[in-house]
Write a new protein. Structure first.
Length: 149
C-alpha cells in the first residue's frame, strides 16, 4: 500500500469521526454486553445495549480500534438510539456489502458510514470497520433471546 493511498484512506472526515466518538461511557445495567475483536489487527469494541419497546434506548461503547474502526463506532454511536434490531441488522449487512461488493451505502440513520467506502480496497481493515455493528447486532439478539426465554 503506497503512502499516498494511506493518506487518502485516512481522510480528514474519518479522522474527525475517530476523534469524537459518542457514547463512550459504559452502561451501569445494560440488557446485554458484547465484546468483539478483529483477529487481523487486534481492534476491540465492547458495546452495552438497553432496549425498550423493541428499540435501543441507551448505548455505551468502549472502543480500542484503528481510526477506521473508531470512525465506524462514531457513526454507529451517533445513530443507534431509537433504532430497532432489524434496522441494525440491515445496516450491518449493507456495510458488509458496501465494503465487499461495492454495494449501496447503509440506509439512514447509518448513511454516515459512506465515509468508509474508500476502505473497501483494504480487506484487512474490513473486520475492524464491522466491529461496532457486529457487536451491536449480537447484543440485540441476546436481549431478544432473554425476553423470549
Amino acid at each position: 500500500m503506497a503512502e499516498t493511498d494511506l493518506i487518502k484512506l485516512y481522510s480528514s472526515r474519518i479522522l474527525e469521526l475517530a476523534a469524537d466518538i459518542p457514547r463512550l461511557e459504559r452502561l451501569e445495567a445494560p440488557d446485554a454486553t458484547v465484546k468483539k475483536r478483529s483477529p487481523l489487527c487486534g481492534s476491540t469494541i465492547t458495546v452495552d445495549v438497553k432496549m425498550r419497546d423493541g428499540k435501543v434506548s441507551d448505548y455505551g461503547q468502549d472502543v480500542k480500534a484503528c481510526a477506521l474502526g473508531q470512525a465506524a463506532a462514531s457513526v454507529v454511536g451517533g445513530a443507534i438510539v431509537g433504532c430497532t434490531e432489524s434496522q441494525i441488522l440491515e445496516a450491518r449487512d449493507a456495510l458488509r456489502a458496501m465494503l465487499k461488493e461495492d454495494g449501496p451505502t447503509p440506509p439512514a440513520p447509518f448513511d454516515g458510514l459512506e465515509v468508509l467506502r474508500p476502505a473497501a480496497a483494504y480487506k484487512n481493515r474490513h473486520a475492524s470497520i464491522m466491529l461496532a455493528l457486529d457487536a451491536t447486532s449480537e447484543a440485540c439478539a441476546k436481549v431478544r433471546e432473554s425476553h423470549s426465554a
